[in-house]
Ligand binder design. Structure first.
Ligand code: 48F
Length: 263
């Protein structure tokens, strides 16, 4: 039989995975920015940071990236964007159609796959199946990174799940965990912040409010996307995504400022 593929065996394949992963993991034990959550807001923030040379790591508890952006709403994979969100889709090279003045529709899988690809192109690094377990809090209660574990540990029986997490440090951390607001909730558990919970749906008000409330919620921790709504009691917007883009971009600008002034 004529061989098509290079003569490489099991040992070399395993070695390649272990050595390349370890190299990157060692390099990213300390980052400029850690983004917790690989949904639309987290990915956009990652793109904006990495393209300007900030060392950026995204932590995602699922194996797949993209959060709630694979589906528009219910079971239907058409996504909607209110103007001017379509401009970001066009920058990404995703076609969209204006169905009503100011309301655009696109294929959700196309949107999210382009967003993930752009994040990779810009140099964002990812740790999938990695779950936020806690925050690193030091320097007079400043968030200085995240404590993470392998996602399946949280669903393993207690008897065999005694696995300690590890810490990854960063100049700034972004909570992009959607409705869960997982990072902010860790501060709330310690009485350092009080969340208000996401309000009922009100599309025309919520998107502007989410962008307006995108900010440093606690020293060293920025909140973006739907985590903003959970933190500050803002109405939800349901199946429309422009605010995720604009909140992610605003969060990245705040993160750059914090990183530049960090010492
Ligand atoms: O939920 P998600 O897409 O958040 P987002 O970027 O966008 C919200 C929209 O999808 C939609 C909406 C507005 O259009 O209402 O819901 O704000 O992505 C959040 C990501 O964070 C991950 C989760 O798996 C998802 O991919 N995540 C959540 N908790 C953790 C986490 C955690 N504790 N550790 C790691 N990842």
């Amino acid at each position: 039989m004529e061989k098509i593929f290079a003569e490489v065996g099991e040992k070399e394949v395993t070695e390649a995975i272990v050595s390349e992963f370890s190299k990157q993991f060692l390099e990213y034990i300390e980052s400029d920015c850690i983004i917790v959550g690989g949904g639309p807001s987290g990915l956009i923030a990652g793109i904006e940071l990495a393209k300007d040379g900030f060392k950026t790591l995204v932590i995602e508890k699922n194996n797949y990236l993209g959060g709630g952006f694979w589906i528009g709403g219910y079971l239907m994979n058409k996504t909607t964007l209110r103007a001017p969100g379509q401009e970001i889709l066009l920058e990404l090279g995703v076609p969209c159609e204006e169905v009503k003045p100011g309301l655009f529709v696109a294929d959700a899988p196309h949107c999210i796959s382009k967003l993930i690809a752009r994040a990779c192109d810009c140099g964002v690094k990812f740790l999938q199946l990695t779950m936020l377990d806690d925050l690193v809090l030091k320097e007079e209660n400043r968030v200085s990174g995240v404590v993470v574990n392998w996602t399946p540990v949280s669903s393993m029986p207690k008897a065999i799940a005694c696995v300690d997490p590890i810490a990854l440090t960063a100049k700034v951390t972004i909570d992009a965990t959607g409705h869960d607001a997982s990072c902010v909730k860790k501060l709330e558990e310690r009485g350092l912040i009080k969340t208000k919970g996401c309000g009922a749906m009100w599309i025309s008000a919520s998107e502007d409010l989410v962008v307006e409330h995108t900010k440093e919620a606690y020293p060293g921790l920025i909140v973006i996307g739907m985590a903003t709504a959970t933190t500050y009691g803002l109405p939800r917007m349901g199946p429309t995504f422009s605010a995720m883009f604009f909140s992610g971009k605003k969060g990245a600008e705040i993160a750059k400022e914090i990183t530049r002034s960090y010492h």
